[in-house]
Design a protein around this ligand. Structure first.
Ligand SMILES: Cc1ncc(COP(=O)(O)O)c(C=O)c1O
Length: 378
């Protein structure tokens, strides 16, 4: 069997071991230490000065963002239906209700028109607007932030930006994750840079970051003994993990460049194959191309579907995946309100995420090309 080509494999830069070794030499293994401070500082610098708290995961960061906003039972939170479940789960941890909003076709992210409709409808039915909205930049593609922020401002709804997949992406020269009241990042194993597992909370409001640090380290009061006036969490990133992050951040721009090249390569490969389309980059946007996803229209490919391509790739030990299944179709969320226009369902029923790692070799690309050509020549 040929070696496996992964969808999005970790890609170390080389300096990670330096920071880890330093932590070992100083015996700074225990949580919190110079690498955590350093990683937060480096991230803040990369993101043009936003405040940062390094955490155990992106999911924990969303949870802390909701806690910072005081979201709880009786509240509703607007979320995109087209996302990974981790965007929505923390809303339910807080006893609040997710209100799902479908995508627009240009970026596949939350449709501003439908968002407005959802807010107006909740206002009519409940007499109040949702307590927050979570906006996702899926597959690295920035959402339509101008329109979304205008709506958020008009209705006075705080925005949590889920930039788990979009570190390195820019919207009108501004980093995704830095538009909203708070933003979150993920350094999960499959992300554009990884710490094996980890995340971060971002905000221009320092008080939110300070409070997140407090809550993420068991909410210990400023007292000589262990005293607690709040329920706390164990969500802080460890010093070893942060060392990986410091090394990875040094190569982030290279990773963005490499993934964008992978996207260009797929575009070239599929250029001759009718019926296969990709998500184009709107003007004023730079997408990190975390994953390259293709939409396959079987009416134009003589019946060849994304499933055929996925099966053929699996046969060659190449990992490809379905596009995210929308949240309103998930058994666990199906009972919640949803504003649906058919876009996310169309993407789910026809889309495939292609191997997009920044460390794929020329031989890997040759193997992918062979399967693609064989699949569509039938
Ligand atoms: C869109 C989105 N939101 C949130 C998360 C959660 O991040 P984490 O796995 O670090 O908890 C992920 C990735 O895993 C994601 O893709």
């Amino acid at each position: 069997m040929k070696p496996r080509i992964y969808l999005s494999a970790p890609h170390m830069g080389g300096e990670e071991m330096h920071f880890i070794r330093e932590a070992f030499e100083q015996n700074w293994i225990a949580p919190i230490g110079p690498n955590v401070d350093g990683f937060e500082r480096d991230l803040s610098e990369y993101l043009n000065g936003v405040h940062v708290a390094a955490l155990v995961s992106g999911t924990a960061a969303i949870h802390l963002a909701l806690l910072n906003l005081g979201v709880g039972p009786g509240d509703e939170v607007l979320v995109p239906t087209f996302t990974f479940s981790a965007t929505v789960n923390p809303v339910v941890y807080q006893g609040a209700v997710p209100v799902m909003v479908d995508s627009e076709p240009d970026t596949w992210n939350m449709d501003p028109e439908l968002l407005k409709e959802a807010i107006e409808s909740r206002l009519r039915d409940h007499g109040k607007v949702p307590a927050a909205m979570i906006v996702v930049h899926l597959y690295g593609m920035p959402a339509q932030m101008d329109a979304i922020m205008e709506i958020a401002l008009r209705y006075n709804i705080p925005v949590i930006e889920d930039a788990a997949e979009s570190l390195g992406s820019l919207y009108h020269d501004q980093h995704t994750g830095t538009f909203g009241t708070m933003g979150i990042l993920s350094f999960n194993g499959n992300k554009i840079i990884t710490t094996s597992g980890g995340g971060a909370l971002l905000s221009h409001h320092e008080s939110f970051i300070d409070h997140a640090r407090f809550l993420s380290t068991q909410a210990r009061d400023n007292a000589p003994w262990y005293q607690h006036s709040h329920i706390g969490y164990n969500y802080r990133m460890s010093n070893i993990v942060a060392g990986i992050g410091r090394g990875q951040l040094q190569v982030l721009d290279q990773r963005v460049e490499a993934r964008r090249k992978v996207y260009d390569w797929y575009q070239g490969l599929f250029a001759e194959i009718p019926g296969v389309t990709f998500l184009a980059e709107p003007e004023g946007v730079l997408c990190n191309r975390w994953l390259t996803c293709a939409i396959i229209n079987p009416k134009k490919t003589a019946g060849i579907t994304h499933k055929h391509l996925m099966e053929n790739m699996a046969g060659e030990n190449i990992e490809a995946r379905h596009i995210w299944k929308p949240m309103h179709l998930q058994p666990v969320f199906a009972k919640h309100p949803a504003f649906i226009n058919g876009v996310s369902e169309h993407l789910f029923h026809n889309g495939i995420c292609l191997p997009s790692g920044s460390n794929m070799s020329p031989d890997d690309l040759n193997r992918i090309e062979t399967v693609v050509r064989q699949t569509f020549s039938k």
